[in-house]
Every structure is written in C-alpha cells, then in structure tokens.
Design a protein around this ligand. Structure first.
Ligand SMILES: CSC[C@H]1O[C@H](OP(=O)(O)O)[C@H](O)[C@@H]1O
Ligand SMILES: Nc1ncnc2[nH]cnc12
Length: 297
C-alpha cells in the first residue's frame, strides 16, 4: 500500500475458544481459501458490518477440532492475506497471571513472550531469508480502536499487558505459572504465537483482545484451571466479545493511508537473501505474503 493512496481496509477477525461465529454480519458466505502452506483451520466467513468488509476465521475450526499445536498458523495468516484482509483482530481466551485481572476482564495486550516450540514460525527460510522487527508486536492504531470501543461498551478492560504463549495442550505447572508471574507477564494462552509473528511477516496489522477465563494455577484462593471452568466463563464472555467486534469493526472502516505504525511495510528492510540466490519455489509460495517486495526482485 502506498502512503499516498488511502485504501478501504478489510478487517479480519480470528475467533478463539468459544467464538466460532459472529452475529450481525450481512451478505455472509463461508468460502474455502486455498494456500501454498496447506489447509487453514476452516472456511473463511466473508461479509460486511455496517458496510465494512469483514472476514472471520474460527481459529480452531467450527466445533473446535484443532489443538493449539496442530493449528496451521501459516495457512491461516496466508488465507486472510489472500482474502484481502489488512487488519487482524485476534480474540483469545487466556488465564490471568495478575490478581487485578479477574475472570471476565478484557486485556488489550501489547507484548508477547513466545515459549512455543513445536510450530512453524516463519514464512521465510532457506532460499529466502527475512528478519522482521517484533519490538512492537501489536498495532497501536488497532489497540486504540479496541480500547475506545471497549470503554464505550463499559467492558472491564485494561490497555497493555504481556501475553505468555505456551505450547500446551496441557496447562502449566505451578512452578511455570509462578515463573511467568515473576517475569512480569499479565496473561497466558497457547495461540497468539506464532500468529502475531506471521501477521507481521505478512505485513498485516494485528491486535489481540485477551479475555480472561481463569487464574491459571498460581492463585491460592482459586482452583487450578480446567477446561470446564474456561468454557463456563467463555459462555459469559462470548456475547460481550461479539458486541466488541460489532462496535469496533465499523470504526475501522474508513479508507486509510499506510499504517503509521509501519505494520504494512514490515518487509521494507527485512529481506537479506540476494535476488540471484533466492529459491524460486519459495518465492512463488510467498506471492500473497511478500509479493509487494518480491515481485520486483
Ligand atoms: C479451551 S482452554 C485453552 C485454549 O483456549 C485458548 O485458545 P484461543 O487463544 O484460541 O482462545 C488457549 O490459547 C488454548 O488454545
Ligand atoms: N490458564 C490458561 N493457560 C493457557 N491457556 C489458557 N486459555 C485459557 N486459560 C488458559
């Protein structure tokens, strides 16, 4: 996107645990988007909200078929990019690592610590190497919009916080939970990494709404987290999460120039492999993700 040419954004919403659909979408159609990285978690749901284009993807598939480790994060991000998405709102259930973030609270996170280890984490690699900056992993413009909408809806919300991404699928031990608290983390989940890294590589703006469902297993006054507890809180949270999506998407619909935070130009100085040394097969697979910077080289 050239800074001189404002374009109408397309808002992608990745629905996490408990959020497999969104209400109020007009002209709704589910459609499979093929990618060179394999199958996305499900078909994508295309539609509009108050005239703004929106594309929804249930992260674990409808029916919650896929575990955090088995998700094809590259296919999910590539499919959203191929579908024309410019901005991603990631909705996620999380455990709280702080007393002041109780179940039912929403956190607009601004940092991540990635402790996952069994996932493909980059679109790039042998034959086309790139290093994008992850210093500011979340788009502040999207964070601002989410905060405004959450406050307008009177949701209990905190702006800022660090999300610890663990591999799972088992929940943490107490020793791990205390360690992450000592590291200053706010919330814990299993999915936002490598999702946020791949969104950055694909030059997509990305922001997360972390919806607290439990106190993980560190809190002496609360039982250690179980799926039963997460689902119970999620059922209470889901309507408020959908209301937030319905409020924020229309507020992001105006044509905009390139993102001031630089997300949609993340690859400008990231590629290091010389054009002559690039693997044509990998370059072909990168058509959607990095076509903007590779098509000339
Ligand atoms: C059902 S509890 C654990 C599960 O919930 C979170 O998923 P998501 O981020 O997609 O809402 C967490 O990361 C785990 O995958
Ligand atoms: N305590 C927890 N740990 C990891 N992922 C979660 N998702 C919801 N609660 C969680």
């Amino acid at each position: 996107m050239s800074a001189a040419e404002p374009r109408r954004p397309v808002i992608g919403v990745i629905g996490g645990s408990g959020l497999y659909d969104i209400e109020g979408i007009e002209d709704k159609r589910w459609e499979r988007v093929a990618t060179p990285w394999g199958e996305a978690s499900d078909e994508l749901m295309f539609g509009t909200l108050e005239g703004v284009s929106v594309v929804f993807l249930p992260r674990h598939g409808r029916g919650h078929k896929l575990s955090p480790t088995d998700l094809n994060y590259r296919a999910n991000i590539d499919a959203l990019k191929r579908a024309g998405v410019t901005d991603i709102l990631s909705m996620s259930a999380v455990g709280s690592l702080r007393e002041d973030l109780p179940p039912g609270h929403f956190v607009i996170v601004d940092q991540f610590i990635d402790r996952t280890f069994a996932r493909a984490k980059s679109f790039f690699g042998a034959g086309c190497v790139a290093h994008v900056s992850m210093a500011e992993p979340v788009c502040a413009r999207l964070g601002d919009a989410l905060e405004r909408s959450a406050r307008a809806l009177d949701l209990p919300v905190t702006r800022g916080g660090t999300y610890l991404a663990m591999e799972g699928p088992q929940f943490s031990t107490k020793a791990e939970s205390h360690l992450y608290r000592a590291w200053g983390c706010s919330v814990i989940g299993m999915t936002n990494m490598p999702e946020a890294k791949l969104a950055r590589e694909a030059e997509l703006c990305y922001a997360t709404v972390a919806m607290v469902t439990d106190y993980d297993c560190w809190h002496e006054d609360h039982e250690a987290v179980t799926v039963e507890q997460v689902v119970k809180v999620l059922l209470g949270n889901a309507d408020r999460a959908r209301a937030l999506v319905r409020a924020v998407v229309p507020s992001l619909g105006a044509a905009r120039p390139a993102c001031a935070a630089g997300c949609d130009h993340a690859l400008d100085h990231a590629l290091i492999t010389a054009p002559a040394a690039r693997d044509p097969d990998l370059v072909a697979r990168l058509d959607a993700v990095a076509g903007r910077v590779l098509s000339g080289g």
